[in-house]
Design a protein around this ligand. Structure first.
Ligand code: C2E
Ligand code: CA
Ligand code: CA
Ligand code: CA
Length: 275
């Protein structure tokens, strides 16, 4: 027993050693990638169920490093947050999203572009200014940009008046806020009063299990009806089947997003999907 315990301690520390090594490698390569603009952005359509058309896209960062290979956002973002590089990723994605929104607008597509921003980025007192500058520099109208924040973000924002202040400045300019991952644990209806949220995004775990139980359907329907009563647009994320789409339509859900419509793709592919 002793030996087994000893072994597991050895392997644990070597595992955490490996994790540390990977983290510092990612940090080092990310610095370089940001410098050389080696990051990419893909776009996933957001589809309006009543108008039966794509009305916007979510910008999702992609990184394939020549040394480490593909690093998924789920690994990349937490490391970037820890090291502070998240602000540089944010600036890159914002600039890219604004340019793309303008380009699509010129082509008469009028797609809104959603950007994911973390709470750490909003702690920067110049966040609102940075975003407004990107809008000005690219000639992008504010109403074409949406910002997705998570429930965890909302929880922390509540205690930090600076964050709320920045959000309100941007909302007044015409930027829409989306509450992402809704229902995953931090939800408080209080945020709806406190923060300028216009769209609720039901977390994909609820959509994936939608057809599996009556309880799930009641829950999702409940969120949709709550949105209606609050005059908030409801978007269901992670829609993969026609069955889920029909069910959500029946509930009166406004928008959907997911592999059924399209996985995240490049800008050319979006134009092909919209036409
Ligand atoms: P998220 O904001 O909740 O984004 C949705 C994730 O679900 C994306 O993963 C998307 O590719 C995936 N997805 C979309 N539709 C479906 C579906 O039908 N089925 C399944 N199984 N998955 C679907 P992705 O791109 O790997 O991003 C993961 C997370 O990383 C995002 O979750 C977001 O929190 C974060 N992230 C991505 N890009 C950025 C960024 O530029 N900035 C920041 N701060 N975070 C980002
Ligand atoms: Ca999101
Ligand atoms: Ca989400
Ligand atoms: Ca997520």
């Amino acid at each position: 027993v002793r030996e087994a315990g000893g072994n597991s301690i050895t392997s644990l520390s070597s595992a955490s050693h490996k994790a540390l090594h990977r983290k510092s490698l990612i940090e080092k390569r990310l610095l370089l990638a940001l410098d050389q603009e080696n990051l990419e952005v893909l776009y996933q359509p957001q589809y309006d169920l009543s108008r039966e058309k794509i009305i916007g896209v979510e910008a999702l960062v992609r990184w394939e490093d020549e040394e480490i290979g593909v690093v998924s956002p789920d690994e990349l973002i937490p490391i970037a947050e820890e090291t502070g590089l998240i602000n540089d990723i944010g600036s890159f994605v914002i600039e890219k999203a604004c340019n793309q929104a303008v380009e699509w607008s010129k082509k008469g597509l009028g797609l809104k572009v959603s950007i994911n921003l973390s709470v750490r980025e909003f702690r920067d007192k110049n966040m609102a200014k940075t975003i407004m500058n990107s809008l000005t520099n690219t000639g992008c109208p504010a109403h074409l940009i949406q910002i997705e924040i998570t429930e965890k973000f909302a929880l922390e924002a509540e205690a930090e008046s600076n964050i709320i202040k920045q959000m309100k400045i941007l909302a007044n300019e015409g930027i829409t806020f989306v509450l992402d991952d809704f229902g995953t644990g931090y939800a408080s209806f209080r945020y709806m009063q406190l923060l300028p949220i216009e769209i609720l995004k039901i977390d994909q775990t609820f959509i994936h299990s939608l057809m599996m139980s009556d309880k799930n359907q009641k829950l999702v329907n409940g969120i949709v009806q709550f949105g209606k009563s609050m005059n908030i647009t409801v978007l269901a994320e992670g829609v993969e089947t026609e069955e889920q789409l029909q069910q959500l339509k029946q509930f009166g859900c406004n928008y959907i997003q997911g592999f059924l419509i399209s996985k995240p793709v490049n800008e050319k592919e979006i134009e092909r999907l919209v036409k």
